[in-house]
Design a protein around this ligand. Structure first.
Ligand SMILES: Nc1ncnc2c1ncn2[C@@H]1O[C@H](COP(=O)(O)OP(=O)(O)OP(=O)(O)O)[C@@H](O)[C@H]1O
Ligand SMILES: [Mg+2]
Length: 254
């Protein structure tokens, strides 16, 4: 069966730094895969090349068998890949509900021509969008925060909102960059419960995560990246117990 995503021998250099070095891996459908590795290993760069923010110098990326490297980000999102960012990138002055509505697909007659020619239809379409966004906020535990401006939400709530936003795109493959980083213990629990729920729903997840306890809970499989190369791939029990990988992880982190 074709994997959901195949990254084949992808390289990317920034000046003198080889951020990705013939990196190859595949991830399966309806699985939760954790991408781990020390700081600077190239994890976010993997997300950037998959989503078209950065072009690979070499290599091929296939999504459901179709090559996507070189496509603009908007086409990649349309095909069904969405991501979160380490630095959130929410619209701080908009409400939680509006932040989600912006990411909902726009194929429902809410454009300017329809608004002038068929205002009732546009009104109904907008209401449907609000309801859909409200349902997504409920899914991530933020139903009561719909009308709050983002800058008035706690950091943990902002990170949950980022998950509602990727869900709004309707994407098949969700890339989450450090969903638990910077969270207090209670916010971390809420986030891990949410990611675990998405996994139980059979969504396809690729998650960058540093916390090994979280990895153990949410990963079906681990990809271990070091200096831009995939150095190990396997089930959590195997990867987390490997002393050579622990030495790379903590050695490089130190
Ligand atoms: N746009 C860029 N320009 C220059 N260097 C970059 C760029 N993006 C990434 N790098 C460099 O590439 C290397 C890999 O960066 P990347 O952000 O992918 O690491 P990471 O594994 O996500 O690390 P972290 O765990 O700290 O988030 C780093 O040395 C980084 O400084
Ligand atoms: Mg990163």
């Amino acid at each position: 069966m074709t994997p959901c995503l195949e990254v084949q021998s992808v390289s990317r250099r920034f000046g003198g730094l080889q951020a990705l070095d013939a990196c190859s891996f595949a991830i399966g459908r309806q699985r939760s895969t954790c991408l781990v590795g020390p700081n600077g290993a190239g994890k976010t760069t993997v997300f950037n090349v998959i989503t078209g923010f950065v072009r690979p110098d070499q290599g091929t990326i296939r999504f459901n068998g179709q090559p996507i490297d070189g496509l603009p980000t908007r086409d990649i999102v349309r095909l069904g890949i969405a991501r979160t960012f380490q630095n959130l990138r929410l619209f701080a002055e908009m409400t939680a509900l509006e932040n989600v509505m912006v990411y909902l697909r726009d194929d429902d007659g809410t454009g300017p021509v329809e608004a002038i020619m068929r205002p009732l239809r546009t009104n109904a379409a907008l209401r449907r969008k609000q309801e859909a966004a409200q349902a997504l906020l409920a899914e991530v535990g933020l139903a009561h925060k719909a009308a709050d401006t983002v800058r008035n939400l706690s950091f943990g709530q902002q990170k949950l909102l980022c998950i509602a936003r990727v869900l709004a795109t309707g994407a098949e493959l969700l890339l989450l960059d450090e969903p638990t980083s910077g969270l207090s213990q209670s916010a971390l629990t809420a986030m891990v419960d949410l990611v675990d729920k998405l996994r139980a729903q059979g969504r396809t997840l690729l998650v960058v995560e540093h916390n090994t306890r979280v990895v153990q809970r949410i990963a079906d499989e681990i990809l271990f990246l070091h200096q831009g190369r995939l150095v190990a791939q396997g089930p959590p029990a195997q990867i987390l117990a490997d002393p050579a990988l622990a030495a790379i992880y903590f050695g490089a982190a130190a």
